[in-house]
Design a protein around this ligand. Structure first.
Ligand SMILES: Nc1ncnc2c1ncn2[C@@H]1O[C@H](COP(=O)(O)OP(=O)(O)OP(=O)(O)O)[C@@H](O)[C@H]1O
Length: 362
């Protein structure tokens, strides 16, 4: 019988290297691919930041592929990445929202583009080193299940994958803890065993978002007013792209007590400031919905929602308000619900679905 063929996305890191090894052990015909997704020609910042597709990534991934004796290719996805991730990132900030570029990269680059090309070259699946598990449920749907280890679970960043994408995906690392993965890497003498995890946003040097946005837009980013919830002007801001909901640092306002960004209003170029208790909200609206463990919801449904990658999740009730919009009401107010970020709903360990936060209300 012919072996099933799988393309493993190799970033040169521990997780995807071990993923390739585990799949080979399981008897798959494994092909390693590194996607080149962005490159600063002058500085090779990917190299400096340890980003996921710099020269070191390619060198490391190629070395691992050689050690595992699997074919290895580098594929260029710079165009797809610029259009779907970098441009989206800049546009969202200009609109006063805080995007999550990793989610867009997963859905549109790592999956849509890589999967398409992999199927074209005869693969049955693509695989990554993400800490998440995929299960086919009794209702016939594919759903992501949290990884075996609470310490590292990446389901939040993957909630937007489609049924078709999930049905062609393997995530062999999800059933192990990070320590177990490092141990496997050591036993098979992978030189990447002690490489740190990738951090922050890979295409932004020194985490200077505002500078990156300014350099990548024709829109004029202008100073404007900080206002309080009564609409009174309390200071000047540097341009809305410098701020995100819940931010305290860098406001340069001396109010005698800590103050936070409550809201960003691109229409009037205002940033609304308030006290710590005002940054909590109980309800949010979300659109661009993607359901996973169910094909849709009817009436009120009890779930646990995560409003950002680092949020531990909070119990709430969700209900559709129209075809592509729902309202989510938390049992307890949540801090800094931020438009543009994803909200992901969990039914136990399974991702029920998620969407993009449009607005929050106290
Ligand atoms: N440039 C790339 N080319 C191919 N696949 C990639 C690339 N970047 C990331 N991936 C895939 O996406 C997965 C998750 O990426 P992330 O940046 O979160 O990596 P990580 O947790 O540091 O994992 P790793 O140890 O494999 O680098 C990786 O395990 C890998 O399979």
């Amino acid at each position: 019988m012919e072996k099933e063929k799988v393309v493993v996305g190799m970033s040169g890191g521990v997780d995807s290297s071990v993923a390739a090894y585990l799949l080979k052990e399981k008897g798959y015909d494994v092909i390693g691919v590194t996607m080149q997704i962005w490159q600063d020609e002058e500085h090779d910042l990917q190299e400096e930041s340890g980003g996921c597709c710099g020269l070191s990534a390619v060198d490391d991934a190629r070395r691992v592929a050689r050690a595992l004796d699997i074919p290895y290719y580098v594929m260029n996805f710079k165009h797809e990445f610029k259009e779907n991730v970098m441009d989206y990132f800049v546009d969202e900030y200009i609109k006063g929202r805080t995007p999550n570029p990793c989610i867009a990269c997963n859905r549109y680059v790592k999956w849509e583009s890589l999967l398409k090309r992999s199927l074209e070259i005869g693969a049955d699946y693509i695989a990554t080193g993400h800490y998440a598990q995929i299960e086919k449920l009794p209702n016939g749907r594919y759903a992501l299940k949290k990884s075996a280890t609470a310490a590292k679970d990446q389901t939040y960043a993957l909630y937007n994958l489609t049924q078709d994408q999930l049905s062609h995906t393997l995530m062999p690392v999800g059933e192990y803890t990070k320590d177990e993965i490092r141990k496997i890497a050591e036993t098979i003498s992978l030189r990447v065993a002690n490489k740190p995890d990738s951090q922050e946003i890979c295409f932004i040097p020194d985490n200077d978002y505002a500078k990156f946005i300014e350099e990548n837009t024709d829109a004029k980013i202008e100073e404007g007013n900080f206002v309080n919830t009564k609409g009174e002007v309390i200071g000047r801001h540097k341009g809305i792209t410098h701020y995100t909901v819940g931010q305290r640092k860098g406001l340069n306002l001396s109010m005698g007590h800590p103050v936070f960004v409550l809201e960003i209003r691109p229409g009037t170029n205002e940033v609304v400031i308030g006290d710590s208790d005002e940054v909590f909200a109980k309800r949010l609206y979300a659109d661009h919905l993607n359901f996973m463990s169910v094909d849709d919801i009817e009436g009120e449904v009890r779930v646990v929602a995560k409003i950002r990658y680092s949020h531990k999740g909070a119990p709430c009730t969700i209900e559709k308000v129209d075809a592509d919009r729902l309202v989510c009401t938390f049992d307890e107010p949540q801090r800094a619900i931020t438009p543009g970020q994803a909200v992901v709903f969990y039914d136990g360990d399974y991702v029920l679905g998620g969407g993009t936060i449009i607005s929050a209300f106290r």
